[in-house]
Design a protein around this ligand. Structure first.
Ligand SMILES: C[S@@+](CC[C@H](N)C(=O)[O-])C[C@H]1O[C@@H](n2cnc3c(N)ncnc32)[C@H](O)[C@@H]1O
Length: 291
């Protein structure tokens, strides 16, 4: 069971939604067809955060296919979407291929499917899609993988929206002397192979994605989507700091004691309610050039 990842995705969902670029959400909603059913493909969907954010903001009716390699995370999509729907008085019902979400201005069919996205050469999920999207994915993939992704989007003429791609920036307040060291190690760790096409682009992912979509003739828009995490988000900050410490230690094991000491001081700031953390992300929207 991907319990720790499921917990992490729940903790970050609010910060993700607050951070996402409103301008690019509007731009992509204007770029996709607004007649007929909108077919959307969400890659590495996790527990479906990207569906819940976008469903209300895209033209309706919609039909979504959500892909992830984790059956445990996919199994949570419906329950988390039901919680979200209940807060809005939307109706969620079983359907032949999954479930549907219905509201006055929203009609959305949702299907989940287990798939290892390392096998991106499998073109089938892209067929007939008007929009291909993902959140918090691109920094995990290689440049070759993102080139293959761009080619698949181009082949079906789909618009693309990739949000919350880590760009290598972070700042902590109050600062600690080892913040730069830990960030540097973490950024190096981000380039390790995450099983998506080889060594990951990590903090260089946005540049790689821009090149890949430009090369297939797409119009590109980018915008910052930084997390700005306030002192009240103690659990979220704690998980983030733990993740950074773990990655930094894996990257430089002989710095383990320094990193452990840094972690203790950072967590003390969190516990005292005085910690603020900003993490740099970017969103990218792209659609086929029509000139
Ligand atoms: C950081 S999470 C983002 C989840 C979701 N998009 C969100 O924003 O909440 C990355 C996701 O990528 C999925 N993933 C990682 N490698 C994968 C692969 N090779 N094939 C399919 N999914 C993969 C994980 O299971 C996880 O759900």
């Amino acid at each position: 069971m991907d319990e720790s990842l499921a917990r992490w995705l729940r903790l970050r969902e609010e910060a993700d939604w607050a951070a996402r670029s409103a301008a690019l959400t509007y731009a992509i909603a204007a770029a996709v067809p607004n007649t007929g059913t909108l077919h959307v493909l969400d890659l590495a969907t996790g527990t479906g955060s990207n569906l819940r954010f976008l469903a209300e903001r895209l033209p309706s009716p919609q039909r979504w296919l959500l892909l992830d390699r984790s059956p445990d995370l996919l199994a949570l999509v419906r329950a988390r979407t039901e919680e979200w729907a209940a807060a809005r008085q939307y109706e969620v019902r079983s359907s032949a291929t999954g479930f549907s979400i219905r509201a006055e201005r929203l009609s959305c069919q949702v299907e989940t499917r287990r798939m290892d996205l390392n096998l991106l050469d499998e073109a089938t999920p892209f067929e007939g899609r008007h929009l291909v999207t993902a959140s918090a994915l691109l920094d995990l993939v290689s440049e070759g993988w993102v080139r293959s992704l761009a080619a698949h989007c181009r082949a079906v003429g789909a618009a693309a929206l990739f949000t919350l791609t880590y760009d290598g920036r972070s700042s902590c307040d109050p600062a600690e002397p080892e913040d730069d060291l830990v960030r540097g190690l973490m950024n190096a760790h981000q380039h390790r192979d995450k099983g998506l096409g080889g060594p990951a682009a990590g903090p260089d992912a946005m540049a790689a994605a821009e090149r890949a979509f430009e090369d297939v003739g797409y119009v590109i828009r980018t915008d910052a989507s930084d997390w700005v995490i306030g002192p009240d988000a103690r659990d979220f900050q704690g998980e983030l700091i733990d993740g950074w410490a773990q990655a930094a230690t894996e990257q430089q094991p002989d710095a383990a004691a320094i990193i452990a000491d840094w972690r203790t001081r950072r967590l003390a700031h969190v516990d005292a309610g005085r910690s603020r953390i900003v993490v740099g992300h970017h969103d990218l929207a792209a659609w086929p050039r029509r000139d």
